[in-house]
Write a protein that binds this ligand. Sequence first.
Ligand code: F6R
Length: 607
Amino acid sequence: MCGIVGVIGREQAAPLLLDALRRLEYRGYDSAGIATLLDGGIARRRAEGKLGNLAAVLEAEPLPGTTGVGHTRWATHGAPTERNAHPHATARVAVVHNGIIENHAELRSELEAKGARFETETDTETFVRLLDSLLAEGMEPIPAFAAALKRVHGAFALGAVFAGHPRLLLGARQGAPLAVGFGEGEMFLGSDALALAPLTRRIAYLEEGDWVALTDDAARFFDAADTPVERPVVQTAVSGAVVGKGNYRHFMEKELHEHPAVLGDTLRQYLDPKTLAVRLPRLPFDPATVSRLTMTACGSAFLAAHVGRYWIEKLARIPVDADVASELRYRDPPLAEGGAAILVSQSGETADTMAALKLLKEGGQKILSIVNVPESTMARASDAALLTVAGPEIGVASTKAFTAQLAVLACLAVGFGRARGQLDATDEARLTHALLQVPSHAAEILEKDAQIRALAAEVAKARDVLFLGRGALYPIALEGALKLKEISYIHAEGYAAGEMKHGPIALIDKEVPVIALCPSGPLFEKTASNLQEAAARGGRVMAFTDAEGAAPLRRFAEHVIELPTVGAFSAPILHAIPVQLLAYHVAVLKGTDVDQPRNLAKSVTVE
Ligand code: F6R
């Protein structure tokens, strides 16, 4: 995925590029680099590992020059070494690249046959060598760039600067986002508006297939056929304020503690606390008549969609298909006439979800997305977007954005239920009242921090962990397992509690914590009996429940953490918080890099 940035500035480019890369580090942090133009040539500084390493290199060897490009990498082709770090450069051109050039092997053979000597295994270098060969033939940078773009396939965004052209910066977009920022006598290029927002609020987005030539104070846009096009300049709402950690040790900890505020802000968008009615904006389909819904997303966002499916089917009686976007995009499912799709994404840039969007749109489905970034590609490509009001989420593991997605989906389910006559005004008031209690219950759960930390001390010793839940808490069990895996590197699985005896129970022994989401309610007895089966085989049962569920579970469970008593409807939102907090504390005890876990990136813009 990677983050790219470029500037034609008035001041030194390197500090500004480094600062912008800090805001893009969520896209990848395997290595980073900056190239600037000076005295007719190109100078580069690159470093393996986190951005701090590049900052140290720049401190030791500052990089002058007012025009340059920067990159933070999530490795796809070639190990995350300094040699493979971007910018990739020859004496004539330096390039930063986000995405994958799919025909790189074929281009490499062709260029090698003509005498090009490659220094790295990266796909990016093929574009650089291709561009370099055209420049060597005497082509000017702009036509050479346009010609080189015609030869590469894949999904990518590119930025390039050219030796001897100190006030020229070129960019291209094909399947990965790219924004242009307009300053006063300065121009910027960046993977997103967040990277550019402190530099300028005036942003234009490249459309699919576009490329752009930036000079001192102008941007000339071209489409894939090289026809000049206009792209509107918008005033971005994204705040460039550098998001700090405050007194928290990690962004993830801070973001976990933002749950009550974020849930309150998000619910207030879609509920009227006075009338206890759901207040939805205009939707691209009529929930009263829609024949079928397809819900899709990736990772945690998919798990939110999975909970949404339980809610929408139960409260609105709309048939729902839910599948991860990476499968849906190739499954070629028959799509219902008069159907619609709901896509969920924090970033609004996830490549698989975007590909699913395209497939669903081509299949005649109306697209409603739930996104946290209003100006994201997904929000712009959807027929309508509902925003989660989570604010920037910096920790790679999703926390507050996930519960905010659940909050929006819960409101949608109630709104759909009303529209279809499945719920009456009294039902609506009861359900919205339950949702309005969620922020204060979330705050109560965060006060259980010490108890959850004690539980984490046990879980941190384990090699394998099982999470169990039933009904709409099953996806939350999956979320607990996903979060634990990704930040503590402990192997964890989530299961529907009723599935235990069909296989996973074979894993149970005294070393395996079984973490259950088991509040009182209609499914309590069933889940409790699955837990007893685990305890009878030596399994160490650890349960999140409520006051009523606590007493029976204490008879056999090693740890019982009592959460506020809430109905089945809002339970998934509230149970997500302790499992995320548990993963956080386990990761801290294990000493992992909580905010930037290994091998991951916040926004997965490659397939
Ligand atoms: C897990 C996590 C990921 C994301 C997934 C989708 O903690 O953060 O699984 O949920 O990569 O990302 P978005 O929501 O940006 O589409």
